[in-house]
Design a protein around this ligand. Structure first.
Ligand code: FMN
Length: 222
């Protein structure tokens, strides 16, 4: 049983990575082997519309055709039992690096073939249990006002429709800097951020741990 933590944050030790580490703890406790992919360690672009994966008699088999730095990561991803993506929210969306990776992962695993209900027939070789963890500066109320759930859950719905299961977890109001005093900020208070970090973030980490555990258990039952 293999679970991969896919970090879509450029930072390897901060909010998103900490949430992924908690999910990893849960996945390990449920008996999975784990591996990390830090997407910002690799240079690749999103889908370039080559359509090799949509050719008649295509031989791509769910792996995006271009042979670049993303390819070995994509090969690993489609062989995993559980994929847990993490991303900070950047201007209402997952980071560009995660979006590029998802274009490359998802498009070769969907078909342009119409099913009886008019929807595309699924193309993934197998079901993969997936989760998407988002961390953001916004408090919960503001993120709802800004329509983030619709924007962010669209990504999870695409993953769900292709790999069969996706869950979303949010950590709000994150502590962004090591030392707020060094930065030019008046829009939010360091004191509030620190309190939230001390009181709420441990609960967010526990929710991430539960998510990791649940996805591995679901993969085992599938
Ligand atoms: C380029 C950039 C854009 C951001 N845009 C948003 C945003 O639209 N909404 C939000 O709530 N937070 C935004 N943030 C804050 C981060 O999402 C938040 O601090 C996140 O928890 C950082 O994750 P990390 O610690 O893994 O880097 C942005 C941060 C950066 C650097």
């Amino acid at each position: 049983m293999k679970a991969i933590l896919i970090n879509g944050s450029p930072r390897k030790k901060r909010n998103t990575a900490q949430m992924l580490a908690a999910a990893e703890e849960g996945a390990k406790a449920a008996g999975a082997e784990t591996e990390w992919i830090h997407l910002y360690d690799y240079e690749f672009t999103g889908c370039k519309s080559c359509f090799a994966c949509k050719l008649k008699n295509s031989t791509t088999e769910g792996i995006c055709a271009p042979r670049d730095a993303a390819r070995p990561l994509l090969e690993k991803a489609v062989d995993a039992d559980v994929l847990i993506f993490g991303s900070p929210v950047y201007f209402g969306y997952p980071t560009g690096q995660l979006r590029s990776f998802l274009e490359r992962l998802l498009f070769p695993n969907m078909t342009y073939l119409a099913g009886p209900d008019g929807k595309y027939l699924p193309g993934a070789r197998r079901q993969i249990m997936t989760g998407v963890i988002y961390t953001m500066n916004c408090p919960e109320g503001m993120m709802k006002q800004l329509n983030y759930p619709t924007l962010l859950e669209t990504t999870a719905e695409s993953i769900d429709s292709i790999f069969g299961h996706s869950e979303v977890l949010y950590a709000y109001d994150t502590y962004q800097f090591g030392d707020y005093a060094r930065y030019d900020i008046t829009a939010f208070s360091e004191e509030h951020k620190r309190e939230w970090r001390e009181q709420q973030f441990p609960r967010d980490l526990e929710a991430a741990r539960q998510l990791g555990m649940r996805l591995v258990e679901l993969a085992r039952e599938a």
